[in-house]
Design a protein around this ligand. Structure first.
Ligand SMILES: Cc1cc2nc3c(=O)[nH]c(=O)nc-3n(C[C@H](O)[C@H](O)[C@H](O)COP(=O)(O)OP(=O)(O)OC[C@H]3O[C@@H](n4cnc5c(N)ncnc54)[C@H](O)[C@@H]3O)c2cc1C
Length: 449
């Protein structure tokens, strides 16, 4: 045995250790560093597009116990809500969270909790008792409006809320005048549909309203190919909706089938404008009439009522009122309408996607109220011909593959794939407060139920 061999044998542990460090650990650490860098870039993109601060429910990572298993990232059915930075989970596009909760269930050390709001951005949620009644007697709240997302939760809550109101109704009989109903359900999303079906089952005299010309709720107005049901749901008078992935068209067909089979009547195109408590009853003022009712169930979701342009073709599915997944619009001709930060952030987000052709239309002569950062970004994009700015312009008509815009007296038709309107509107919280419902502000706390 020569000198070198005996030296190597004597220091075998050191040599093996050095080999592992050189061949395994160093490349691993380098790849982790690279991955962290990529995630950080995505986080700053999400911040730039206004998609980082979540509007409602989202995962909060306890860094003291996160072991970086990545199970939360794999389990989440949505894209890029969480990523890994320095081997720990970190929110990226937190505003995309719809509350599946799969991340929290998958975490092996319980480091994830679903919470509402952040320290920076508080979220106001209505105070709701365990029977879904608000502080206003006989006014109930269910589904996403109460804070809890997901189709399955909405279906369950809608049914349960009606069961509780029925209990109250049976316990306190009243003389119902002929022109009065027992219950008005406002909003025909999953919660409202399920609630109305339960009311039908219980033979209550009820009305179900929705401000849109269609029914089925929020999810149908987003550019979303797939809907994931992570848990089964039981629809009153219909039966089970199984776990799995549905296309948006399948979900629409499912709700239509439920309505046909059960004979549920829905008053579409009827918006609840105000709810006045008259003591014994409520007077629900809608866009069509005044309704007198003993009970009200609000299942309006949290999207509110976006202000519409009121032009022909606005009901087309390519017209949207919220930005969620800009990358779904690669290679599209996109028109953004509006003059506030949301409109500018959306235009910036779309201009960063591959092959997009983005125009921003605003009826005013200048953006008077946007953040300085947004103005700067927009100026750069306009100078680089990444965004076409159309000041003092108005959309006149929307067709499947074009939009007609009037600008300073000239009317022109432009090819178009998607229209995003950010013209303000009414938030559900304003409506709730006007009804007398008390609210709590959440700054990152979880909520029971
Ligand atoms: C992009 C996206 C993806 C999602 N993906 C999934 C998923 O994969 N799986 C899942 O389970 N969940 C998903 N969700 C969440 C799910 O869509 C919601 O949690 C669910 O629709 C909530 O149901 P809801 O009945 O409470 O309210 P909504 O579905 O919001 O329905 C509320 C209804 O009330 C109506 N309304 C509002 N105001 C009034 C008024 N004043 N008068 C009359 N009508 C009114 C609205 O027009 C609407 O039809 C997703 C949500 C989004 C935005």
């Amino acid at each position: 045995m020569d000198f070198l061999t005996s030296l190597l044998m004597e220091n075998a542990t050191f040599v093996v250790g050095a080999f592992i460090v050189a061949v395994v650990l160093v490349p691993y650490l380098m790849s982790q560093k690279k991955k962290s860098k990529k995630v950080r870039v995505k986080i700053s993109e999400a911040q730039k597009f206004g998609l980082y601060e979540p509007a409602t429910i989202h995962p909060k990572v306890n860094k003291a116990i996160c072991i970086g298993s990545g199970a939360c990232i794999t389990a989440c059915p949505e894209q890029e809500i969480l990523g890994k930075v320095n081997n720990q989970a970190e929110p990226i596009y937190a505003s995309r969270c719809v509350g599946h909760g799969a991340c929290a269930r998958a975490c092996p050390v319980g480091a994830i909790e679903l919470v509402f709001g952040t320290e920076k951005r508080g979220v106001d949620l209505p105070q709701v008792f365990p029977n879904f009644e608000s502080n206003v007697k006989r006014l109930f709240i269910a589904g996403e409006l109460g804070g809890m997302g997901l189709i399955k939760n909405a279906i369950l809550q809608g049914k349960e809320a009606v069961d509780y109101s029925f209990e109250d109704f049976r316990g306190a009989p009243y003389n119902r005048p002929a022109d009065m109903v027992d219950l008005v359900v406002v909003g025909a999303g999953p919660a409202g549909m399920s609630a109305a079906l339960q009311a039908k089952f219980l033979k209550m005299k009820f009305l179900l309203l929705d401000q849109e010309e269609s029914f089925g709720g929020a999810i149908l107005s987003y550019p979303r190919a797939k809907v994931v049901m992570t848990r089964p749901a039981d629809v009153p008078m219909y039966g089970k909706i199984k776990v799995g992935t549905l296309s948006k068209e399948e979900l629409v067909a499912l709700w239509k089938n439920i309505v046909e089979k059960t004979g549920l009547e829905i008053n579409t195109g009827e918006k609840a404008l105000s709810i006045e408590n008259t003591g014994e009853a409520f007077n629900v003022k809608t866009s069509n009439r005044n309704i007198s009712t003993r009970y009200v169930l609000l299942t309006t979701g949290r999207r509110g009522t976006p202000r519409k342009l009121g032009v022909p073709g606005e009901q087309l599915p390519k017209v949207m009122y919220r930005l969620l997944e800009p990358e779904h619009h690669e290679n599209q001709k996109i028109l953004v309408v509006g003059g506030g930060d949301s409109a500018v952030e959306a235009a910036v987000a779309f201009s960063c996607q591959k092959g997009t052709n983005v125009s921003l239309s605003y009826r005013g002569p200048a953006f008077g109220r946007i953040k300085a950062d947004n103005q700067k970004r927009l100026d750069n994009l306009v100078a680089g011909k990444k965004v076409a700015l159309m000041m003092e312009s108005n959309v006149k008509e929307i067709k499947t593959d074009s939009v007609t815009i009037e600008q300073k007296g000239n009317v022109r038709e432009y090819p178009n794939d998607s229209v995003f309107v950010f013209a303000g509107g009414n938030l559900p919280n304003e409506f709730l407060r006007a009804c007398g419902v008390s609210m709590d502000t959440h700054h990152g706390e979880s909520r029971p139920r």
